[in-house]
Design a protein around this ligand. Sequence first.
Ligand SMILES: Cc1cc2nc3c(=O)[nH]c(=O)nc-3n(C[C@H](O)[C@H](O)[C@H](O)COP(=O)(O)OP(=O)(O)OC[C@H]3O[C@@H](n4cnc5c(N)ncnc54)[C@H](O)[C@@H]3O)c2cc1C
Length: 464
Amino acid sequence: MADKSFDLVVIGAGPGGYVAAIRAAQLGLSVACIERENLGGICLNWGCIPTKALLRSAEVYHQMERAKDYGLAAEKISFDLDAIVKRSRGVAKQMNAGIKGLFKKNKVTSIMGEAKLAGNGKVVVKTDAGEETLVGKNIIVATGARARELPGLEADGDLVWAYRQALVPTRMPKKLLVIGSGAIGIEFASFYNTLGADTTVVEVMDRVLPVEDKDISAFAKKQFVKQGMTILEKSGVKQLDRGNGKVVAHIEINGKIEKQEFDTVISAVGIVGNVEGLGLEDLGVKVDRTHIVTDEFCRTGVEGVFAIGDVAGAPWLAHKASHEGVMVAELIAGEKAHPIKPNSIAGCTYCHPQVASVGLTEAKAVEAGYKVKVGKFPFIGNGKAVAMGEAEGLVKTVFDAATGELLGAHMVGAEVTEMIQGYVIGRQLETTEEDLMQTVFPHPTMSEMMHESVLDAYGRAIHI
Ligand SMILES: Cc1cc2nc3c(=O)[nH]c(=O)nc-3n(C[C@H](O)[C@H](O)[C@H](O)COP(=O)(O)OP(=O)(O)OC[C@H]3O[C@@H](n4cnc5c(N)ncnc54)[C@H](O)[C@@H]3O)c2cc1C
């Protein structure tokens, strides 16, 4: 096949790669984007979007079960797992088709195949039709990540699932073990628990959602336990004996091994970057464990080769990948590029109750040497939350006592994944407590709690 030259060749069409490709094309560059599986990557096909579709079904089911609380009647409530999964797959398919349309609109050359770097700007692509060589003045590696497999805890697709199997279950688990309480583990635990699975979550750290502020973890845990989940913290799954439609898990709890039986296990113990088979070593691209090493502009140190998104390391979030994609596209096009500020990237977990945060936890702020002012506001003090029947939640803010800088914001409760962006904008604009206190929040909204939490940090909260 004839060589094809582009200003930019992007490997991987996840939220990092496809966004980079579109932005570069907008800026007038000729762009090819190569994808070996699905346009939209993990996010649209096996991550963010299909999980949210499943969780939405669980949320509606939960609300139907609570119909009486709202003066309504809903009888013989049930669900059809196949239909829930079908809806989730349909949403993913719709999003995937959307990327195809966007590529066409922006004149991005989309190639389905497996790419490998061959040096001097060459990218060799294995497609169904054979091998093709592209040449890119610049190359972005955006190959993403996959589920981490721990020895003995590997997914088998039958009794032990990783996220891909957990998204397309062939049966409803009755007794479910979730290993790992990060965002992915807790979202699946929340989904299956709401639909009636007897769910146990095992977390090796001292608390669930271990990256969150400790007050938020504690609040969320209380709600999970109230919903019937068993939460085992400072515990580890050492072994899984599989057979006869069941799994016996050897769980270390307080230094002792307990054997517990489950019919399904979801392993959610992290992710590893897709760095293999790309020819990175031959080019001299540095890889640290399973992630490509980059500088703040996503440069790999090899001229013209960039790495973005999950393959370039934490935080493993779609919006981080996309932002890096835009930044690199602008850098290549000669625009002023703005490196990402890790402490201004929000993390959201769509369990029930939802969790969202940005910036430093109270503990991390103190560890970093700040003298802090902390504000807290409970959902029960907010009219809209009570009217919505969502009075369980907490908003916590952490300020630098010396300068009034908003160091971090942490939320648990209904709709917090939508609200957190208010604080993200605040951090981006480098607002201080004064700006936030002077801001008028509309009433009645749950966002008023964001105001009250700030006011509380300065002893001025009105509704508590
Ligand atoms: C269950 C689950 C839920 C999640 N929920 C959220 C959420 O709610 N919010 C959030 O922000 N993040 C969430 N994430 C994380 C999010 O999906 C990732 O951070 C995001 O997809 C990373 O984007 P990316 O472009 O770096 O990589 P990916 O989306 O992984 O895309 C990389 C693409 O590269 C392709 N590829 C790899 N190697 C090659 C090759 N050699 N040649 C051609 N193509 C190749 C892959 O097929 C893939 O399509 C979730 C993840 C999971 C697993």
